[in-house]
Design a protein around this ligand. Sequence first.
Ligand code: 5AD
Ligand code: SF4
Length: 463
Amino acid sequence: MNHIAPKKLFIKTYGCQMNVYDSDRMADALAPHGYMPTQDIGDADLVLLNTCHIREKASEKVFSELGRLRELQTERRATGGDMMIGVAGCVAQAEGEEIARRAPMVDMVFGPQAYHRLPDMLAKAEANRHLHPALRRSVVDTDFPEEDKFAHLPAAKKDVTIGRGLTAFLTVQEGCDKFCSFCVVPYTRGAEVSRPVAQVLEEARRLADAGVKEITLLGQNVNAYHGEDGSGRAVGLGELAYLLAEIPGLQRLRYTTSHPRDMDDALIAAHRDLPFLMPYLHLPVQSGSDRILKAMNRKHTSAEYLALIDRIKTARPDMALSGDFIVGFPGETDADFEDTLKIIRDTGYASAYSFKYSTRPGTPGANLTEQVEEAVKVERLARLQELVNQQTADFHASCVGKTLPVLIERVGRQAGQIGGRSPYLQAVHLDGSTDLIGAIHDVEIIGTSTNSLVGRLKQAVAA
Ligand code: 5AD
Ligand code: SF4
């Protein structure tokens, strides 16, 4: 029998949900090679950093983490053991050889499009370890290969790694062709690519069979999805939603992140027709000023965004909206910033993420000279966050007195409590038996706390 001694794999994940998904798939790819996940870095034979490059200081964070890992590796080697180190993700893609040069103890450096080649890279890196340290070279793979990464990765193993139980991520699209002038994604993740429909449906079916009730489809620009069906026709995200709604056992569908320009009629119709498609939409606008939107290369105006929100709300009146905002983009004046506050007031968000602009090397924004002072950015960010925090609180408060279907996912923080998510992605806590975990129950909302709702079980749902 071919016995492989079990080894321990520790993955530290930075950044977005796509990285969370990728980390799970890397673990899946390494499982047949004897690597089992561990939560204890001190125990690991292989440490992978799955990095994010979206905002400032990302590379420096990675280099300082590598400094700490080097100490751990040196300690191990002093006692006859070893620990391999890999850097994956968008910093690896952007920095490549620079990481190998500055941190030569790193065994592997590889970008998001190379995860399916991880076992091969690992074999090369393991062979390298028998060389004299002076002769070792990190294995670097930052190509954008022709082959389909997903077709070459092993099937997602819900029970081994994605084991977060009732909810799961499923990446359907990667990369971006929008080229917003502040953003590194088109460079680190590459051109927009969609997974074929059959591949997505198969993965979704497998997740549903393993007990998953809610799937979140992921993509840097997920609503630009255009996967091919069996006859080579491009299927959009709206049509895909109808197909996913047919999968037995699957009860809820979400997707993130979307671009306003790709919110087409078919997707809006899916929101009108499918209760299965949750009424929560992350639709970043970034700024409310048309001048800044143009400089950002967003390809839409504030009026177009608001008209789109109207159409979406006509289709699904209870749609809760979420967004991303950047303050202090080069050239942003007080009046531009006021326009951003105005679009926030006009839209009304259930939640929002906001960031100070940071220059990303290699993006068109990096060539703009009219930088906004740090103190101004800090002040604008605080004002914007005060407004969206108020909107979030108002949205939570508007739910009190309503009965919402809640997917009960876990035991609560306090004894006798259970917790789950509302259709609008709010955390809900209530008193109840752990037997209720795993199904959707009607919950009357009786109060709010800062980041969640407090509920009371409305009725026991008949089995
Ligand atoms: N500076 C600040 N925020 C940024 N984002 C992307 N690039 C930058 C940048 N250079 C924000 C955008 C995006 C979110 C994921 O991160 O708001 O929607
Ligand atoms: Fe970046 Fe814009 Fe693409 Fe989003 S749509 S990933 S912000 S370039």
